[in-house]
Design a protein around this ligand. Sequence first.
Ligand code: NAI
Length: 316
Amino acid sequence: MAAKREKVGIIGSGLIGRSWSMLFAAADYDVCLYDIDEKQLSGAVQDIQKQLALLDKQGLLRGQLSADQQFKNISTTSDLSQCVENADYIQECVPERIELKTAVYSRIDPIIKDTCILASSASALLPSKLAANIQHKNRFIVVHPTNPPFYAPLVELVPSPWADSDIVPTTKSIMEKIRQVPVILKKEIDGFVLNRIQYAIFKESWRLIKDGVISVEGLDKVMSAGLGRRYAFMGPIETAYLNADGMYSYAERYAEMIQGIMATFREPDQFGGETLDQIQAEMEQLVPMDTLQERRKWRDRRLAALAQLQKKLNEE
Ligand code: NAI
């Protein structure tokens, strides 16, 4: 008899719930997708089928299964108990509001298996707050994906302070099995790591535009034609390591200069007012508001092409 497939319950069928469903289905998990809103759920099914067909066309389907087999691995339910009963892993994907998420946990807490991993897709809510009042707080972890998960595979793993010792290694191996790239946060912090770095870039970008140092167009080019090129396959630490002969040599050559520049950084500016008007106006010149959808498609085509290139390079 074939081994029983592991069951994954996905709660919430929006943008992120759909992506998780596809990622688990590709690795042959038995996926059960639930949403409070039945229209969302039927929309999700149609969208997943369309997305799988597109990935197939782009040569970007994961795993060995056909698009059709992957699609068949996903069932839906409008009954929350059915979604989580006997699940080995649950990924909660409801909107980023603590009262919504904790209400879901209190409903599923009495039903889930004691060995189940209860993961939240939360972008910024801390596991110590999310899991504080649940019985299964020892099984709780934040598994924060990067959007769009198919093209940007990073996931941040942030365990609850009460997590059993198997939670992090098991979640990590599940993420590797579905071909995402997990990183482990040794402790929780507001914004986790990805968003903290993203906002540090945003803070300085804002300031440079406000102070009249550079235009919006120029600033975006600094990232897309400069830093972003390197960071597509290597982080800032290895970049520094290679730019000199290791970290000691980098520090010897550049520490004084870097510290001097860092000392000129200032506190965050207010996110609004005239600078917001200026940035919006400059962006509208570059990408008119009635072309956003077109521009998103342009972005997604490039993300897909990058993913294809990276897949090819990894196979070499
Ligand atoms: P979304 O708004 O696209 O989808 C949320 C879904 O949850 C909707 O289908 C809604 O009907 C459903 N829902 C609402 N209340 C529910 C309940 N009580 N039970 C079951 N389903 C319920 O939101 P999205 O973007 O998918 O975000 C979900 C989570 O993922 C949030 O915590 C968000 O911060 C996080 N996240 C989002 C990213 C993004 O770029 N959109 C990236 C990484 C994480």
